[in-house]
Write a new protein. Structure first.
Length: 306
């Protein structure tokens, strides 16, 4: 009787789809306790930055160099990006310092599956119990805890569970606040930017755009790191040109002059983060940098002896 029972159990195990392996408390704690790598410490990514209200219902809760944005709604909170593994305790403390509670985060979103934005997500998912929403193309690295190529391929992070997949143009609503997903692939295949309508202190209507990234980030674009990578970048630059937003936010503080704009806000400029040209300026800079890097890598590939 034992052999048929064993066979039946094995069959049942094989027939059941395997859930993505969730990181244990011990695994998450080990990532948090690890020293910062050279990329993170050299760029001051995890340096403290006092949390604050950017505009309307959007708050900055990340450390100085890797962004994390909190969006308040009457029915709970939405949190975008988790920084490094070592950033998660900072983000949770910043949320508390603003008078909010990590356990009220209902949706956890991400820009992309590199370790400096995804590293803290497993802790934040565990602490909040929130639904984690990501694009299909970045799902595998989120759930593996590792991005498969480029300079951060050895920077593992605690894997997390993708609860819901979003496609380009899909919306996510909570408490009357609606975010729109904009797939902006290239930097990663599933790089996802988010936008939402907001209201300024003076009652004027604005649109916030939280940019995933469009840097080449030390990755190979010639040859492509994945099939269609160059076309993805070009599509992203072209699509972003059609987007109108006047509050530009992004995955790293230096992309949107976090420190400078915050200083102007403290000095009394309530609309310091309203900058109608910033998104298009950034997009043009990213496109020029991409074209230069592509040309450089193509030239290097054409003369491998150099
Ligand atoms: Zn990245």
């Amino acid at each position: 009787m034992r052999a048929p029972l064993l066979a039946a159990l094995l069959l049942a195990a094989c027939a059941t789809p395997r859930a993505a392996p969730l990181a244990s408390e011990a695994e998450i704690a080990a990532f948090e306790a690890a020293p910062l790598g050279p990329m993170a410490s050299g760029a001051d990514w995890n340096a403290p930055f006092a949390p604050f209200n950017i505009i309307d219902n959007i708050y900055y809760v990340g450390p100085a160099g890797v962004s994390s944005f909190l969006i308040r709604t009457p029915d709970g909170l939405i949190l975008i990006d988790g920084g490094l593994a070592q950033s998660a305790p900072i983000i949770i403390a910043n949320i508390a310092a603003l008078g909010f509670d990590i356990r009220d985060v209902k949706y956890l979103l991400a820009s992309h599956a590199h370790f400096d934005h995804a590293g803290g997500l497993a802790r934040l998912q565990r602490a909040s119990g929130a639904t984690f929403v990501a694009s299909a193309a970045d799902r595998a690295p989120f759930e593996a805890g590792r991005f498969p190529y480029g300079p951060s391929k050895d920077d593992r992070f605690a894997p997390l569970r993708v609860d819901r997949v979003v496609a380009d143009g899909e919306t996510l609503s909570l408490g009357g606040v609606t975010l729109t997903a904009h797939l902006t692939p290239g930097h990663t295949p599933g790089c996802t930017s988010w936008s939402l309508p907001i209201t300024g202190a003076d009652g004027a209507a604005h649109t916030a755009f939280i940019h995933c990234s469009a840097t080449t980030g030390g990755q190979s674009v010639a040859p492509e790191s994945y099939p269609g990578m160059v076309a993805d970048y070009r599509t992203t630059f072209a699509r972003t040109r059609t987007i109108s937003a006047d509050v530009f936010l992004a995955a790293h503080g230096n992309f949107f002059d976090l420190a400078g704009k915050r200083a102007r806000q403290i000095a009394g400029d309530a609309n310091a983060f309203v900058d109608p040209d910033a998104l298009q300026r950034f997009n043009a800079q990213m496109e020029a940098a991409f074209n230069a890097e592509l040309a450089r890598q193509q030239a290097a590939a054409a003369s491998p002896s150099q």
